[in-house]
Design a protein around this ligand. Structure first.
Ligand SMILES: *Cc1c(COP(=O)(O)O)cnc(C)c1O
Length: 358
């Protein structure tokens, strides 16, 4: 998909590029940032002119509201180098829609769709040499908005900064993970902020995740905030289960983040003729399926790793092993492969997911 925009974004180029400092064979996720970033400030009830400037520190007062009260939201998406050399940003409109919901929940103003898309496009175009070409690697893009008014009082900020930074990321080989069904702590409550990508959700998830690590797990499988009875997400990823011959994922709600990867995998599975259901999955159902060996596969889904296979599920102190891939790749790996082919132009973009930069 392509759009034509007349929005002008001035570029103040960096004198010196840091690209030669990159160890392209060891692109630790989030380690490197590109030479430039986009910033746009909100003041006097409106967004000011956007600009692309050299990547660098923000100067913030210690009383900046975002630092104290967590009025911050973010997005995460990727740009891929395609077979024909052009660059593709994957489904940025979906990220825009989600950021709009996050902004509303946090009482923040949202930039226009045009600024969001054109900002991404201009930044990626400028940083095209930073988009890796190796299989499975990409340029991770991080748009975010922070409350920048300086005041110690708890209040909705009058000033904001929208920014986009970019980070080259490598093939993310995801080791199968051990997850613990979490029934003491919750990530999100009904009426809370679970569906928003806001800073506080992550800060609050560290303690339960750290406790799970101390108990020998890699991650938690969150349950609902009302009864701790239904599975919600896996860490910071959506979750899928292959129960019998059906691929099942919990339905969206105000406590589940509407993942772009989740949405893409559902569409692809459906097209591949795999039975997909968005329905509640109780801990009890999982336990029965694990005991009767009808849970064949489980994986987390998110932009960073695409899919993250689950090898062990711990329920109330009992660990259940999943079968693993064996000789044939599982449904998760198959869907991941199709998704990757579409993103780099080796398969037709039948859903119009690709936003071609150049
Ligand atoms: C970002 C995120 C996801 C995955 O969303 P994608 O758009 O697929 O990257 C899932 N759950 C949580 C809590 C997240 O923050």
């Amino acid at each position: 998909m392509e759009t034509i925009s007349t929005l002008y974004i001035p570029v103040n180029r960096a004198y010196h590029s840091r690209i030669s400092e990159v160890d392209w064979d060891n692109l630790d996720f989030g380690k490197y940032t590109t030479d430039h970033m986009l910033i746009c400030d909100y003041a006097d009830h409106g967004w000011q002119a956007p600009q692309i400037i050299p990547f660098g520190n923000f100067s913030l007062s210690p009383t900046t509201l975002a630092l104290h009260y967590g009025q911050t939201i973010f997005e995460g998406l990727k740009a891929f180098r395609m077979e024909d050399g052009s660059i593709n940003i994957f489904r940025p409109q979906k990220n825009y829609d989600r950021m709009l919901l996050s902004a509303e929940r946090l009482c923040m103003p949202m930039v226009s769709m045009e600024l969001f898309l054109e900002g991404l496009r201009r930044l990626v175009e400028l940083e095209k040499d930073w988009v890796p070409g190796q299989k499975d690697s990409s340029l991770y893009l991080r748009p975010f908005i922070i409350a920048t008014e300086t005041k110690l009082r708890v209040k909705v900020s009058d000033n904001y900064r929208f920014a986009i930074v970019a980070s080259p990321t490598g093939a993310y080989y995801q080791q199968p993970v051990r997850v613990k069904v979490e029934t003491d702590f919750v990530r999100a409550a009904h009426g809370g902020t679970g569906y928003a990508k806001c800073g506080g959700n992550y800060g609050a998830s560290f303690y339960p995740a750290q406790r799970a690590k101390e108990q020998g797990y890699d991650q938690v499988l969150w349950t609902d905030g009302r009864e701790n009875k239904y599975i919600e997400e896996s860490g910071t990823m959506n979750v899928f289960f292959l129960l019998g011959d059906q691929l099942v994922t919990p339905p969206l709600s105000d406590s589940i983040l509407d993942g772009v990867t989740r949405d893409s995998l559902i569409a692809l599975a459906d097209r591949e003729g795999i039975k997909v259901a968005e329905r509640p999955v109780s801990v009890e159902e999982l336990e029965h399926a694990l005991e009767s060996k009808t849970l064949h596969e489980a994986f987390g889904a998110g932009t960073a790793a695409v899919i993250s296979p689950i090898s062990v599920i711990g329920i109330r102190g009992k660990d259940y092993m999943l079968p693993g891939e064996g000789l044939r790749p599982g449904i998760g790996s198959r869907l991941k492969e199709v998704l990757e082919k579409i993103r780099c132009g080796r398969e037709a973009d039948v859903f119009s997911w690709n936003f071609i930069v150049k």
